[in-house]
Write a protein that binds this ligand. Sequence first.
Ligand code: THG
Length: 266
Amino acid sequence: MFTIIGERINTTLNQVKDAVEKRDADYITNDVKKQTQHGATYIDVNAGARIGHEEEDIKWLLEVVQKATDLPLCIDSPDPAILEMAYDLVEKTPMVNSISLEKDRFDPMVSFLKGKECRIIALCMDDSGMPKSAEDVISRAKAIVKELENIGMKRNDIFVDPLIQPLSVDGNNGPIAMEAVKTIMQDLEGVHTTGGLSNISYGLPQRKIINRIFLVMMMANGFDSAIMDPLDKDIMAALKTGEMIAGHDNFCMNFIKSVRSGEIKA
Ligand code: THG
């Protein structure tokens, strides 16, 4: 089954930032309830945008979000200390977003993850910077999965993020992501792949159609999770249709159900 990580509780979004600043629990509760109703698997929680306030903001958010949903959370921060603190505040086994091969991130993350029950997003990033080719992504994916297996993590709990980069920066960023995902899913059997879908369309007009077509093309290469907006009806329709065409919808029941409920309407 495709894993939908609902991206909307993120203080880079102005309305979320305002709500967090004002401690407006109703706004957050309402948004989380909607993401839950629309089929999110995890709710991503990122409080990184108010510099100097991440710790107090994420504490408050985790409490409010968990009151609003039974879904597990995806705790999202570049700071290992924040992730470690957040881990202790969640009730359900979380997705931890994220670890990378960058030394000052990798070492503290490994010591905190050892023996912990969780799922993990592994970024294909190391100290030499962003990957420049599919081969770069694939070699980092293999290296980080090996390290995570060494500390006892199961492939089924590892979500490799190939680091989707904008087409507006390099026209090859689509093919790089697709080729990397295809090889990762073949060569590292059992892992998942995920990533921030909307990165692909950064700097271009009409971003939604780009994100939507990109999602289905990635799915054709084995992509089985995304950090995305579950309230975007069109992308959710594309996802369900893609799942059916990829052979992941027994007797097309999910598709038919979504048509009957009005969620999918061409
Ligand atoms: N990989 C991993 N984690 C991530 C990312 C990733 N976490 C953060 C981010 N990238 C994914 N989350 C979001 C959250 C919201 C939006 C995009 C990605 C979003 N963006 C609109 C935009 O880009 O135009 C903002 C528009 C608005 O203000 O509403 O909604 O890649 N592991």
